[in-house]
Write a protein that binds this ligand. Structure first.
Ligand code: AMP
Ligand code: FES
Ligand code: ZN
Length: 312
């Protein structure tokens, strides 16, 4: 496993669940597991998240899949737990990256016999990610993130899904929480909850099934389930500051196992589920729901045609 001798079991370590030979130790849980019990532990953590967030298991779920480890592990675990799922892949049309991520999604779906949809950025927006990047480089990841979120909402609504699952994991959530608290972005802190109810009939609820699982656990689950994910970072993701918050928490986790988990869970205990206060309008250009009188996608399209994307 990735640079984690700490996760390798010591000589003679036994599985905390079945007492067979352990293959992984999780210091944050003071537990070791054999392969089979680790899979049980992993899927049980997803199941606990489903129960805690009171997700309706009977409703079909759309799973936003990028082809990376987190979203494919999310899809696999939800499928194993018997939920009715369909994948959604947003094709950002990034050379050398998107074709490989698309292939990972396609292969996974085919092997598991699962259905998926594809949304192509140029068709939806009129521009590919590299074309947008030529126009604006500053804070590009956050612009791309907003575009992906809007497209995920639209496709899910078009296909009548009321809930979308994403692959955000415990490490992502804990480092984002740290960043939001340091910058005192209270609005963002509220929107970080692992389940966000639907604020409008054509905007799906959001669920993060892996919020209780760490990156290293996800890597091991992928290995055991033989999930062939794309292990490559998006070429435009350089410069994202989230990695510093992540490294800070990793440092603390190394000295005090369980810190990341305690930090995130103590916030979740305190924070109530988000209740939307802002009323929704309808975009006067495309008719989609929007906080303002023109939605984010139309504002983006307009600014691209005027060439003042830098302001967005
Ligand atoms: P990121 O913002 O890249 O960290 O991704 C967070 C989550 O958004 C992933 O775990 C996926 O669930 C979803 N996601 C990211 N990229 C895509 C994509 N190209 N298509 C569909 N879903 C995506
Ligand atoms: Fe959006 Fe890379 S995935 S910029
Ligand atoms: Zn066991």
């Amino acid at each position: 496993m990735e640079n984690s001798s700490k996760y390798l079991p010591h000589e003679g370590a036994k599985c905390s669940r079945c007492r067979e030979k352990a293959s992984i130790c999780l210091p944050a849980h003071r537990a070791c597991f054999c392969q089979e019990c680790f899979v049980h532990y992993f899927e049980n953590a997803v199941e606990r998240g489903i129960k805690k967030m009171k997700l309706d298991r009977q409703k079909p779920l759309m799973v936003a899949v990028s082809g990376g480890k987190d979203s494919l592990a999310t899809w696999q675990a939800l499928h194993e737990l018997g939920l009715n799922t369909k994948g959604l892949y947003i094709n950002l049309q990034i050379d050398e990256f998107s074709p490989k991520s698309r292939e990972a999604v396609q292969k996974f779906a085919q092997e598991q016999g699962l259905d998926w949809s594809e949304s192509v950025l140029k068709t939806e927006l009129g521009y590919t990610i590299p074309e947008l990047h030529q126009k604006r480089q500053k804070k590009f990841c956050s612009l791309c993130g907003r575009i992906k979120r809007q497209l995920i909402n639209r496709v899910a609504a078009r296909e009548n899904f009321q809930t979308v699952a994403t692959g955000h994991n415990l490490d992502d959530e804990a480092s984002r929480l740290l960043g939001n608290l340091i910058d005192d972005r209270q609005d963002f802190v509220k929107k970080q909850y692992p389940f966000l109810p639907s604020p409008h009939p054509s905007i799906p609820a959001k669920f993060k099934p892996l919020y209780r699982l760490e990156k290293k656990e996800i890597l091991y689950y992928c290995e055991l389930k033989n999930i062939q994910y794309l292990n490559q970072k998006c070429p435009f993701s350089k410069g994202a500051t989230s990695k510093y918050f992540n490294q800070t928490l990793e440092f603390l986790e190394d000295k005090m196992p369980g810190t990341k988990r305690n930090f995130l869970y103590s916030y979740l205990k305190k924070e109530k589920k988000l209740v939307y206060e802002e009323p929704f309008n309808t975009c006067r250009e495309c008719g989609e729901p929007s906080y303002m009188d023109i939605c984010g996608i139309c504002r983006l399209k307009n600014s691209l045609s005027r060439d003042d994307i830098k302001k967005l």
